[in-house]
Write a protein that binds this ligand. Structure first.
Ligand SMILES: NC(=O)c1ccc[n+]([C@@H]2O[C@H](COP(=O)([O-])OP(=O)(O)OC[C@H]3O[C@@H](n4cnc5c(N)ncnc54)[C@H](O)[C@@H]3O)[C@@H](O)[C@H]2O)c1
Length: 336
């Protein structure tokens, strides 16, 4: 396969920790340029990686010929960057969330579809064997009863900076920290039939943010299977757990390990894998190149992520209306 020419737009934490090291180890992508509105950051990263640096995405696209862009910017900044990339016929590997809300998601999806471009949302868990083993183990525990999902971490200032304001972030922990877990719920069980959410802005320093920093969601399926999701950015320790109960046992997934247990909690089998994350960043980029080369299916495209956006929209509407909301009804209401 030829090497695809790529640029990275947004050189903050996510690009520094994942995408820049990820692309350097890629088999199929070559970094040709970087871009950030912070000019000091651009100079530093451009000289470190010996590539061209730009402080505007438009400028980069005028001067460079690229096949795809990896975009990792504050959530409001995608609103200009995505249409600009589409206009220049550049494929997009986009950081989560797909959009700030369902309306914006539909706009992005239409633009991308009409231009016949590939866009994939980056979700590293899809490239980690621990998370991939879940479906295989799930089939061994009989009828499914209940799933308990938790994503927590402790930040001194939860949701600070652009993440703290609904205008820039689009939402709090449900949209941001919760997006990966919502992807796992949809991947493992499908889009729920009903969602109920309760959330609030708990952190004492409320002035610095107006988005939720703690949320409790219930989600149900018509089959009777149901689950809960707790998300918090100021609840230690840092963890990400799924516990699935079935008639023949349970599955416990934690960061770095997954176990299948008997009904009384005896471990029947366990898989652990440390240090899988750096490899996942590279694998994700190479997978996207294989999509561009028509060797792989794009399972993380706009149409699929419409489900995530409907899940999130249902959660926000549920709090407002104080009732269960059907994400499927929300999806059916929109044409895209
Ligand atoms: N997949 C994950 O696990 C994961 C983890 C963290 C963040 N993220 C996502 O990555 C994205 C970025 O998050 P982050 O933590 O790196 O944020 P950040 O604030 O650390 O970095 C964002 C960078 O984008 C730059 N920027 C802002 N507007 C720009 C524009 N118009 N053009 C170019 N650059 C611009 C900023 O100057 C900054 O350097 C978000 O979508 C976030 O949700 C994903």
């Amino acid at each position: 396969m030829r090497k695809y020419r790529a640029a990275i737009i947004g050189l903050g934490k996510q690009s520094t920790e994942d995408h820049l090291p990820g692309i350097i180890n890629s088999q199929f992508a070559e970094l040709v340029a970087v871009c950030d509105i912070n000019t000091n950051l651009v100079s530093r990263v451009a000289s470190q990686y010996k590539v061209k640096g730009y402080d505007s995405c438009q400028e980069l696209l005028k001067k460079e010929r690229i096949d795809f862009a990896i975009v990792a910017v504050p959530h409001d900044a995608y609103a200009d960057i995505i249409p600009t990339l589409v206009k220049h016929k550049v494929h997009i590997l986009k950081e989560k969330p797909f959009a700030r809300n369902l309306r914006e998601a539909i706009k992005f999806a239409k633009l991308i579809k009409n231009a016949d471009l590939e866009c994939m949302v980056t979700l590293q868990r899809r490239f980690n064997p621990i998370f991939n083993s879940f479906l295989q183990l799930k089939d061994q525990i009989g009828d499914l009863y209940f799933v308990d999902c938790r994503v927590t971490m402790f930040l001194e200032e939860p949701q600070s900076g652009w993440r703290g304001l609904s205008k820039t972030a689009g939402g709090g922990v449900i949209l941001d920290l919760g997006y990966h877990m919502i992807d796992l719920i949809i991947w493992y069980f499908g889009l729920p039939d009903y969602i109920h959410a309760q959330f609030n802005v708990n952190n004492k320093n409320k002035k610095c943010h107006n988005v939720e920093d703690m949320a409790a969601l219930l989600f149900c399926y018509k089959s009777g299977f149901h689950g809960s999701l707790f998300i918090s950015s100021h609840c230690p320790p840092k963890e990400q757990n799924i516990k699935l109960l079935g008639s023949r046992g349970l599955i416990q997934l934690e960061r770095g390990s997954i176990s299948r247990m008997s009904c009384c909690g005896e471990v029947m089998e366990k898989l652990t894998r440390e240090n899988a994350w750096p490899a996942a960043s590279t694998e994700q980029i190479d997978y996207f190149c294989r999509i561009l080369n028509r060797e792989r299916e794009n399972y993380g495209g706009p149409e699929y992520h419409m489900k995530h956006m409907a899940f999130i929209e249902a959660a926000y509407r549920s709090q407002k209306q104080g009732s269960y909301i059907s994400p499927k009804d929300l999806l059916n209401r929109y044409e895209y």
